[in-house]
Design a protein around this ligand. Structure first.
Ligand code: CAA
Length: 257
């Protein structure tokens, strides 16, 4: 059923997606993930949306993959479900995604936040990769992405102990973009998204792609990629408008063309 596990709201050019399984702290089961991916893909192709905010509720962004859904699964079940391969489709969303995090952000929940491009956290948020405590390891990119954000030695301690860490530590290790009072975490994330949504949509998407390239390629390849994308933007009306507006000392009006 559509709109069951993902609630969608539009504020101008910002789409706010809310994970909606509050009774189980937004545990990420397969139907929720399928709905999330379908919603992202639909809105990624909608030119009126420039930026996403992904959030949960005050108590939980998400407390991880649904443990009950996989507790009895065999290797073959897990292989056949291939649930984790679904996450690749979130990685392919071209518009920026800001995670607005309050409460628990654990396991697959933390990995989902790390699929986003920025993380705005309420000061009471609790992060963690506690999979080790239930006999597994992070499976949706946590061993890779936490290391990229926090460095090997911090990630190793967090993943091997599974301990929770607070928003201040998330900020300190480079996981959170910004920590704000709990009562404004969503407001602040939406304000940041609105600021980004005012820029040229093409330039924003190219910028996201180029920054992400740095994490998957050697420096020389990333620089080459960046240079080509920079040149390509000179084929857009937005580049002409942005530079003309600067010269004419006025605000640019971007059209996404
Ligand atoms: N999966 C399924 N159900 C979950 C869940 C999860 N990950 N997390 C919480 N829930 C459910 C609980 O079972 C409970 O449901 P019932 O009322 O039906 O019993 C409800 O949510 C509320 O949870 P608690 O009663 O446990 O709430 P609490 O405030 O006492 O504790 C918590 C909160 C510390 C977050 C605790 O729920 C917890 O430890 N959750 C599991 C965290 C975890 O291990 N996450 C990793 C999952 S594995 C994973 O994510 C793999 C991967 O890499 C993809």
């Amino acid at each position: 059923m559509a709109d069951q596990f993902i609630l969608t709201k539009h504020e101008g050019h910002v789409a706010i997606l809310t994970l909606n399984r509050p009774d189980v702290l937004n545990a990420l089961n397969i139907p929720l993930m399928d709905e999330l991916i379908t919603t992202f893909e639909k809105l990624d192709n909608d030119p009126s949306v420039h930026c996403f905010v992904l959030t949960g509720n005050a108590k939980a962004f998400a407390a991880g993959a649904d443990i009950k859904e996989m507790a009895e699964a065999s290797v073959v079940d897990m292989y056949e479900r291939n649930n984790l391969a679904r996450w690749e489709r979130i990685k392919k969303v071209r518009k920026p995604i800001i995670a607005a995090v309050s409460g628990f952000c654990l396991g697959g929940g933390c990995e989902l936040a790390m699929h986003c491009d920025m993380i705005v956290a309420g000061e009471g948020a609790q992060f963690g990769q506690p999979e080790i405590n239930i006999g597994v390891i992070p499976g949706a990119g946590g061993t890779q992405r936490l290391g990229k954000a926090a460095g090997k030695f911090r990630a190793m301690e967090l993943i091997l102990t599974g301990r929770f860490f607070n928003a201040a530590e998330a900020l300190e290790i480079g996981l959170a973009t910004k920590v704000v009072p709990d009562d404004v975490y969503l407001e602040e994330a939406v304000a940041l998204a609105q600021k980004i949504a005012k820029n040229s949509p093409m330039a924003v998407r190219f910028a996201k792609e180029a920054v992400l390239k740095a994490f998957e390629s050697p420096l020389s390849e990333g620089l080459d990629y960046e240079r080509k994308m920079f040149y390509m933007l000179f084929g857009t009306e937005d580049q002409k408008e942005g530079m003309a507006a600067f010269v004419e000392k006025r605000k640019p009006e971007f059209k996404g063309k």
